[in-house]
Design a protein. Structure first.
Length: 101
């Protein structure tokens, strides 16, 4: 069975764990506005799997934060997720914290 998606907010970081796909993202989708309040970093290092629906949600989460005046970056991007980001040409949107130094 797939690992369910879980998330936690600590300070100004949203930590995502498990699998972020069309089967697991509903809970986060329903709480997206609340989850993204004052978020500066979205930590995806705990995600084992992300599909295109999950990637779309990551883009949307960033957009919500921008509407709230933040410019969040992503930390812990795995090689697989990086490949998906490149495939959809989202490097300018899904910005890695590691590239901001």
């Amino acid at each position: 069975m797939a690992d369910l998606l879980s998330w936690q907010v600590e300070a100004k970081t949203l930590y995502l764990r498990g699998e972020l796909d069309r089967e697991t993202l509903l809970g986060l989708w329903q709480q997206r506005e609340t989850a993204m309040q004052k978020i500066e970093v979205i930590d995806v290092s705990g995600l084992q799997r992300v599909d295109s629906a999950g990637l779309a949600l990551l883009v949307h989460l960033r957009q919500i934060a921008q509407q709230q005046g933040a410019s969040p970056v992503f930390s812990g991007i795995t090689d697989k997720l990086h490949s998906l980001i490149m495939l959809y040409n989202l490097q300018q949107i899904i910005v890695s914290a590691e590239n901001c130094d």
